[in-house]
Ligand binder design. Structure first.
Ligand code: CU
Length: 493
C-alpha cells in the first residue's frame, strides 16, 4: 500500500516537473517572438524611404526603430545607356539605373508606394514586388501611363530579400529592358552586422546585333524567345562593377552581397572566384547555408551572401556558366587591399589571366563595324597594342614571354622572326601540334582569333616592334593573302 502510494506520488511529481520544464523551454525558445505578428505591429510615424543606386544599399535599419510608414517614391525613366564600349541600348529603368533603386525596409513596416511614369516616356509600366502579399504583388494597382502617378500601400509581412520588376505586357520585354531591382525586408531586430554591403543584380540582354556589334542596338524579340542573349551582365552593362567601377574591401572585413537575378530568362550560377561564401541566405530567405562555392539564383530570385576577405587581390564575380562571364559580360570584381597573409595564400599565382580575358575584351569592334584604319605605322602599333592586351596577353603574358611549356614566347621568337606570315597564320588559322620556339618544344593549340585583316596587321606589327623583336610592318593585304592561302605548313621545309 505504502509502496503504491509513493509510486503515485512519484508520477505526480514527474508530470508536475514535465509541465514546468515544458513551460520553461517554451519561454526560453520563443524569446517573446512567437506572439510577434508583423501584420499586427503598430505603425509609428512616417518617413520618406531612402533609395540608392547600385551598387550601393541604404544603411542598415536601426534594430530599435519601430515599424513605420515608409513612403517610396520611384520614377520610371526610359533612357539610352551604354551596354559596352561603342554599344548603346534603350534601358527602361526604375529610378534611372539597372537594376532599379534599392529599397530597404523592415518587417511590420507599411509601405506607401508611389510609382511615377515620366511624361517623356513612351510606354505604360507597373510594378510587381515579390515582397508584397496581394494581387500581382502590386502590379494590379500600379498600372501607370506616361505622365501619371499611382499609389498603393502594403504591409511587409515576410522578411527576406525580394525581386521587384515591371509586369506590363509584354512582360518579358519590360524585364529584358532592365525593369527589375531588389527590396530588402529586414527581420525585426535586423541582420547580423557586416563591414560592407553591395547590391549586384544579373540580367540577360537581347540585341539585334551580336555581342560587340557597334552602334545603337534595339531589343530583339526572337533572341529573347529563344533565350539566346548577346549580353549577360551584372548591374546593367559590361564592366559596370569591374575596372574603375570595381567594388572595394579591405583585408579583414566582412562583405555582404545582396545578389538578385532579373532574368528575364537565365538562371545564375553565382560564384566569386577566390572566395568561399561563409554564409548564404538561400534564395534570400531564412535558411542559412555555410561554406558555399556557387549558389544558384533563379530568374526572379535573390540571395544574400557574406564572406570575410582574408587576403589582398582581385576577386571576380561571375556567372559560372562560364561563357557568359568571359564572352558575354557577366564579370565583376571586388578589389581587396591590405596586407598579405602568406599562411592563407602564398601569392605565387597571378590573377591576370582572368582580367585580361574578361569584360571588355571580347567586345572589340567586330568585323565590318565601326573599325578604324591605321593611318601610319605608329598608329598601327598603338592599335595592335590594344588587340594584344585584350586577346593575346591572357596566354602569351603581358611581357610576351609566354609560359614555359604551355604558351610559347612572342618576345624574340625565332618562330616568326624571318617569316612574318607564320605569325599571321597562327592568328587567322590557329596553330596546333609540335612547334619549336627558341629551342623549346611546344605541343599545344592556339585557337584561330576572330579578327579582321586590319586588326591582325596591327597586332603583328605591334609584335614585331615590341618585346625586343626586330621591327617591321605587316599590311592588311598581306594578312588577306595568308588568310586565303590556308593554314601554314609548320615543319615541312
Ligand atoms: Cu515596364
Amino acid at each position: 500500500m505504502g509502496f503504491e502510494m509513493s509510486l503515485i506520488e512519484n508520477k505526480l511529481n514527474l508530470s508536475t516537473l514535465l509541465v514546468l520544464f515544458t513551460a520553461l523551454v517554451f519561454t526560453a525558445c520563443d524569446g517573446g517572438k512567437s506572439d510577434y505578428n508583423p501584420a499586427n505591429e503598430k505603425v509609428v510615424g512616417e518617413t520618406i524611404a531612402e533609395l540608392t543606386l547600385p551598387p550601393n544599399v541604404p544603411a542598415p535599419i536601426d534594430p530599435h526603430r519601430a515599424a513605420t510608414k515608409q513612403i517610396v517614391n520611384m520614377e520610371v525613366l526610359e533612357q539610352e545607356g551604354t551596354m559596352t564600349d561603342g554599344v548603346t541600348y534603350t534601358y527602361w529603368t526604375f529610378g534611372g539605373s539597372v537594376p532599379g533603386q534599392f529599397i530597404r525596409i523592415r518587417e511590420g513596416d507599411e509601405v506607401e508606394f508611389h510609382l511615377k511614369n515620366h511624361p517623356d516616356n513612351k510606354f505604360a509600366h507597373n510594378i510587381d514586388l515579390h515582397a508584397v502579399t496581394g494581387p500581382g504583388g502590386g502590379a494590379a494597382s500600379s498600372f501607370t501611363a506616361p505622365g501619371h502617378e499611382t499609389v498603393f500601400s502594403f504591409k511587409a509581412l515576410n522578411p527576406g530579400l525580394y525581386v521587384y520588376h515591371c509586369a506590363t505586357a509584354p512582360v518579358g520585354m519590360h524585364i529584358a529592358n532592365g525593369m527589375y531591382g531588389l527590396i530588402l525586408v529586414e527581420p525585426k531586430g535586423g541582420l547580423p552586422k557586416v563591414d560592407r554591403e553591395y547590391y549586384v543584380m544579373q540580367g540577360d540582354f537581347y540585341t539585334a546585333g551580336r555581342n560587340g556589334e557597334a552602334g545603337h542596338q534595339p531589343f530583339d524579340m526572337d533572341k529573347a524567345l529563344a533565350e539566346n542573349p548577346d549580353y549577360v551582365v551584372f548591374n546593367g552593362s559590361v564592366g559596370a562593377i569591374a575596372g574603375d567601377n570595381a567594388l572595394k574591401a579591405k583585408v579583414g572585413e566582412t562583405v555582404r552581397l545582396f545578389v538578385g537575378n532579373g532574368g528575364p530568362n537565365l538562371v545564375s550560377s553565382f560564384h566569386v572566384i577566390g572566395e568561399i561564401f561563409d554564409e548564404v541566405s538561400v534564395e534570400g530567405g531564412d535558411m542559412i547555408n555555410r561554406n558555399v562555392q556557387t549558389t544558384l539564383i533563379p530568374a526572379g530570385g535573390a540571395a544574400m551572401v557574406t564572406f570575410k576577405v582574408e587576403v589582398p587581390g582581385s576577386l571576380h564575380l561571375v556567372d559560372h556558366s562560364i561563357f557568359r562571364a568571359f564572352n558575354k559580360g557577366a564579370l565583376g570584381s571586388i578589389v581587396v587591399t591590405g596586407d598579405e597573409d602568406k599562411k592563407i595564400y602564398s601569392g605565387l599565382m597571378e590573377d591576370k589571366v582572368y582580367m585580361a580575358e574578361g569584360g571588355r575584351s571580347l567586345t572589340l569592334p567586330s568585323k565590318g563595324s565601326n573599325e578604324t584604319t591605321a593611318g601610319s605605322k605608329a598608329e598601327r602599333i598603338d592599335m595592335g597594342a590594344n588587340v594584344y592586351k585584350n586577346l593575346c596577353q591572357a596566354c602569351h603574358q603581358p611581357d610576351g614571354k609566354g609560359m614555359k611549356g604551355v604558351f610559347p614566347p612572342l618576345a624574340k621568337s625565332d618562330y616568326f622572326a624571318n617569316d612574318h606570315n607564320k605569325a599571321i597564320s597562327a592568328i587567322v588559322h590557329g596553330l596546333s601540334g609540335k612547334i619549336t620556339v627558341n629551342g623549346e618544344v611546344y605541343n599545344s593549340a592556339m585557337p584561330a582569333q576572330s579578327l579582321s585583316d586590319e586588326e591582325v596587321a596591327n597586332v603583328v606589327t605591334y609584335l614585331l616592334n615590341s618585346f625586343g623583336n626586330k621591327g617591321g610592318e605587316v599590311s592588311p593585304d598581306q594578312v588577306k593573302k595568308v588568310r586565303s592561302s590556308g593554314a601554314a605548313d609548320k615543319g615541312g621545309h
